[in-house]
Design a protein around this ligand. Structure first.
Ligand code: ADP
Ligand code: MG
Length: 781
């Protein structure tokens, strides 16, 4: 978004050059008249007027008007760009909404959000006024002054607004669908917008519909075409919350429009008491704005600085609450835990039974673990390591040590598929060592479950693998000594604490590469162990980035692998707004592939399936009953199919690098050379750079660092990306300072008032309690 200053400079420079070159009207291509007639002249009507008919003037006259014009430009600081004229009211910043004041924890049924509004919000996990206030947009779009179409540049990312006046579809190649729409903007300009391979958007694009599109510009002579990255249909083209301003884009679901969510946020802001829980002197000391300004600013910023100010306040709060919570729980970590012998002999016995030797990194981490296990204190340790770095093998050893000391062990996984896989792995590691391993998951029959629960309670099982079922259903252990939790962030802090309540030692495994400073904060009471080395002899996965015009070749390659007896994953576009669309995309892709690859056996996995259905498909895939698994991103969490050697990711540009890296980790689990093909649709240079990082590196930490460096300021990262439920506004690379300041304040507060009892801290205390139970947690469970 160009500022007035930039716009002025863009006009001033050629005019100054024209003057310097003797007013020959040769400096500016097409002449000075043309320059002023372009959109560059729009914000400066006086200058335009002055220089009207420039070509027809004599040289001295030209010199004269140019000098006046340049003086005018130097003095036009106050002139606002007025490129797309709008009624003044639509520019106004809303500051209040009608309706009564409600308590912050009021249920949404009390807020006027239109018919069925409260229910819709509920499906997004939003139940109270507070939930809505803190359901922040995951990004913002600048829709203030929409660009003049004659002024946009090739490759530029723009947002335009207008009405659909024509629509057509074509299929330039088998398996490729292009939908073209012609949009007429309020100023009468026309732009052609294009969607590739997204048949489901068609019905939203009826003629007459009002659309807001964001995409990349392609120019063909004078006509402008847009490769669409995000689109929004507007019921009410005059909606001042959705147009003519910086607009937030929210996480949504089918049938829940962005307009609706903005209205709900607006109403909530108007109805809520936005009393600040941070006293003013602390706000001053830590340089943060007040709560009302921050919440308005995140949902409805009046300009960039407002958004920045808002984000930094709310981000500060997130860290503050996290630190407070961690400090308040801190005493937990020095509690008495189990004390194990964990003898060197037992470690050797475990390793001797392995088909491989531990890597140095595994050995180091194992020493850190056994040190903890031998101590009196309850162990609370996080093992962080890339996919396949051998975390599970280390955890299996720790479980073995616990069992040798007469205790039981447990391993919790986030999904049933993963629980089964861990179960199979642990049986592999521990079966030959006389350890009895059991499985407990929701999908089991009540009878089997009961039987397993009884055996666990009577100590007839040594190690239990399961899902949340392990803590949710009444599982009583005979003598639980060590609990291993896989992929911490999918459980949330609450569950971990429930596990901790029975005071076993705890090991958490995570593949999410996060900087150490943050790991310490986010996991607070956990010590950190890092496995920073892959087992030897792995053939690195070969990664190739392709333009989607080369899709057919990519699938030709997949077919060759299949003929050699291998299998392939194909992951479809990530569609942030809608599960149904994601499903449609996957279904459509599976159909396309059946056309392109008639010989291959193809099946589908998606998020709408029940856990049992997913398990069934995965089992069949593992048994090689079909060749290609087309999937939405549900396979993100690690399932082993050693025979799968190709991972194809469609619309790779829509994924974060961490996600791509995780997805890629699904292959390369066997002995064969494995491949990852990233198919990129429309994308910018910057996106290309990001994807190149994945192409060039297989090191999760390197990738995470590079990713963070490339991301620009102001690009919000949501929960999904940071992987940590408490942090929705976190920007892990740049937050070290904020984290430290928040920690300082948290310590200061608790040093003076360890239980937050002072009346002045009443709001802070209730906010802390309520946040712990609020959206952030519900959403990940
Ligand atoms: P993670 O849990 O970190 O994803 P795993 O423990 O599941 O990693 O190990 C991934 C694969 O590598 C498994 O097949 C495992 O048997 C194997 N593996 C683990 N450690 C080693 C090692 N030191 N040498 C060779 N292979 C190993
Ligand atoms: Mg694993």
């Amino acid at each position: 978004m160009a500022t007035v200053t930039e716009l002025r400079e863009r006009l001033r420079r050629p005019l100054a050059a024209e003057l310097a070159a003797g007013c020959q009207n040769r400096v500016v291509a097409g002449g000075v008249d043309r320059l002023l007639a372009s959109s560059l002249g729009n914000p400066f009507p006086r200058v335009r007027e002055l220089l009207g008919g420039y070509g027809d003037l004599s040289v001295p006259e030209r010199e004269d008007v140019l000098k006046t014009a340049l003086a005018e430009l130097a003095d036009s600081e106050k002139i606002k760009p007025a490129r797309t004229p709008r009624p003044a009211a639509r520019q106004a910043v809303p500051t209040a909404a009608p309706g009564e004041r409600l308590p912050i924890d009021a249920p949404l049924s009390r807020l006027d959000t239109g018919p069925g509004g409260a229910r819709k919000l509920q499906t997004l996990g939003l139940h109270t006024l507070r939930d809505v206030l803190h359901a922040y947009p995951h990004r913002h779009e600048d829709r203030r002054a929409l660009p003049d179409l004659s002024d946009v540049e090739e490759g530029q990312k723009v947002t335009v607004e207008g009405r659909v006046v024509a629509k057509s579809r074509r299929s330039p190649r088998p398996g490729m669908l292009v939908i073209d729409v012609t949009l007429e903007t309020p100023s009468g300009g026309r732009v052609k917008a294009t969607w590739f391979n997204q048949p489901w958007v068609e019905k939203q694009l009826r003629e007459g519909a009002s659309l807001v599109l964001t995409g990349r510009v392609k120019k063909f002579g004078r006509s402008v075409q847009l490769g669409v990255e995000h689109h929004e249909t507007l019921d009410n083209a005059q909606d001042s919350l959705s147009t003519g301003r910086i607009v937030g884009v929210y996480d949504a679901k089918d049938g829940i429009s962005q307009e609706f969510l903005r209205r709900a946020a607006f109403r909530a802001l108007g109805a809520a008491p936005l009393d600040d829980y941070l006293p003013a002197h602390w706000r001053r000391k830590y340089g943060v704005t007040d709560l009302a300004d921050a919440l308005w600013g995140l949902h409805f910023p009046s300009d960039e600085t407002h958004l920045t100010r808002a984000t930094s306040r709310l981000r500060f709060d997130e860290y503050l609450f996290l630190e407070l919570r961690m400090l308040l729980q801190g005493e937990d970590s020095v509690l008495q835990g189990k004390r194990f012998q964990a003898t060197g002999d037992d470690i050797n016995r475990f390793e001797a039974a392995l088909p491989f030797r531990f890597t140095n990194a595994q050995r180091r981490v194992l020493l850190e673990i056994t040190d903890d296990m031998r101590g009196d204190q309850q162990m609370a340790r996080l093992i962080q390591g890339d996919v396949g770095s051998g975390k599970t093998a280390v955890a299996a050893c720790a479980l073995y040590l616990a069992v040798r000391d007469g205790y039981q062990g447990a391993l919790m996984a986030p999904t049933e598929i993963l629980a089964r896989q861990h179960y199979a792995n642990l049986r592999g590691y521990l079966g030959q060592l006389d350890v009895r391993v059991g499985l407990l998951i929701g999908a089991m029959t009540p009878k089997d479950k009961l039987e397993m629960q009884t055996r666990i309670a009577q100590g007839e099982v040594d190690v239990v693998v399961g899902t949340q079922a392990l803590i949710q259903e009444n599982v009583r252990f005979d003598n639980l000594g060590l609990a291993v939790v896989d992929e911490e962030h999918r459980f949330g802090v609450q569950q971990r604490r429930r596990l901790l309540a029975s005071r076993p030692d705890v090991l958490v495994m995570s593949a999410t590469p996060i900087p150490r400073s943050l790991a310490l904060t986010a996991y607070g009471d956990l010590e950190l162990s890092i496995i920073d080395e892959l087992p030897p002899g792995r053939t690195p996965i070969e990664t190739k980035l392709l333009q989607d015009t080369h899709r057919v070749q990519a699938y030709g390659f997949v077919m060759r692998q299949i003929r050699e007896g291998q299998q392939a994953f194909v992951v479809t576009a990530l569609i942030e707004e809608s599960e149904t669309l994601e499903l449609l995309a996957a279904t459509q892709l599976a159909e396309d592939l059946k056309t392109i690859l008639p010989e291959a056996r193809i099946d589908l996995l998606h998020g709408r399936m029940s856990a049992a259905e997913k398990d069934h498909v995965m089992e069949r895939f593992r048994a090689h009953e079909f060749d290609i698994l087309v999937s939405t991103t549900v396979i993100e969490v690690g399932v082993d199919v050693p025979n799968a050697t190709v991972m194809v990711i469609e619309n790779a540009e829509r994924f974060g690098l961490a996600q791509l890296h995780q997805l890629r980790g699904r292959v390369g689990r066997g002995h064969q050379q494995s491949y990852c093909v990233l198919i990129a649709g429309e994308h910018s240079q910057k996106t290309r750079k990001r994807l190149k990082i994945i192409e060039g590196s297989t090191d999760g930490f390197v990738i995470a660092e590079a990713d963070l460096k490339l991301r620009g300021p102001g690009e919000l990262r949501g929960t999904r990306q940071s992987g940590i439920p408490d942090l929705r506004l976190a920007d892990l690379a740049n937050d070290t300072e904020v984290i430290e300041r928040a920690r300082e304040l948290a310590k200061h507060i608790l040093a003076h008032d360890p239980r937050l009892e002072h009346p002045r801290l009443q709001y802070l205390r209730s906010e802390l309690q309520n946040r712990s139970e609020s959206v952030a947690y519900r959403e990940v469970i």
